[in-house]
Design a protein. Structure first.
Length: 210
């Protein structure tokens, strides 16, 4: 990225942060993914119960492996032989929920599409604190672009990763299918944090996740 591109991206991020703050989200900007774990180390209370949303962003930042050895009580949805349905329900009572987002608009909104709702549910209600880790590749200008990003980028890539038998995996875009393996069950747009600063949006100036 050259200096001119970086300047424009920084201006867009600054504009997004202003919108997020107006919408009662707390915000932090990090330069690299290597800063994510030190940031969480500072922010997470000792012995807090932590739940996770499924996220390639968290995995690429090493967050999942780090939490397994940190001084917290992790509800490990990825653990071998775990009852995932029970883990998902426990997430609503966690002290902290950590996840990513499919899209973040410059207008300060989080846009997500879930299969079962185990991610968007705790984002909306339950845990006292939510951290949303987002790479700049997920930054869009409006809701229309956010939905398009989910349909053309996030959904096909996740279906490929999960080995789902869906049309988007084959043709690279959503056609609003009705097959059994469909992973798009609910789309939620979070316009604001109802409780001021309950949701902390962390923008990392790198490409992360889908």
């Amino acid at each position: 990225m050259d200096l001119y591109q970086e300047t424009i991206i920084n201006r867009t991020i600054d504009r997004t942060v202003r919108s997020l703050n107006v919408n009662q989200f707390e915000t932090t900007i990090l330069e690299t993914k290597e800063e994510v774990i030190p940031f969480l180390e500072r922010m997470l209370p000792q012995n807090a119960t932590i739940a996770l949303g499924g996220s390639m962003t968290l995995e690429s930042c090493g967050v999942v492996d780090w939490l397994r050895t940190a001084d917290v009580k992790l509800i490990d949805r990825y653990a071998e032989n775990v009852n995932r349905d029970a883990a998902f329900h426990q997430g609503f009572n966690a002290d902290v929920f950590i996840c990513s987002s499919n899209a973040l608009t410059v207008e300060g909104e989080l846009i997500n599409t879930d299969g079962t709702g185990n991610r968007v549910g705790p984002m909306i209600f339950g845990p006292k604190k939510v951290f949303v880790i987002i790479g700049i590749n997920k930054l869009v200008f409006n809701q229309e672009e956010g939905i398009k990003r989910i349909k053309h980028v996030a959904a096909p890539a996740n279906c490929e990763r999960l080995g789902k038998n869906t049309p988007c995996r084959q043709i690279g875009e959503c056609i609003n299918c009705h097959v059994q393996d469909r992973i798009c069950g609910a789309t939620v747009i979070m316009h604001r944090s109802h409780t001021p600063k309950r949701i902390h949006v962390v923008i990392v100036k790198e490409t992360l996740g889908y």
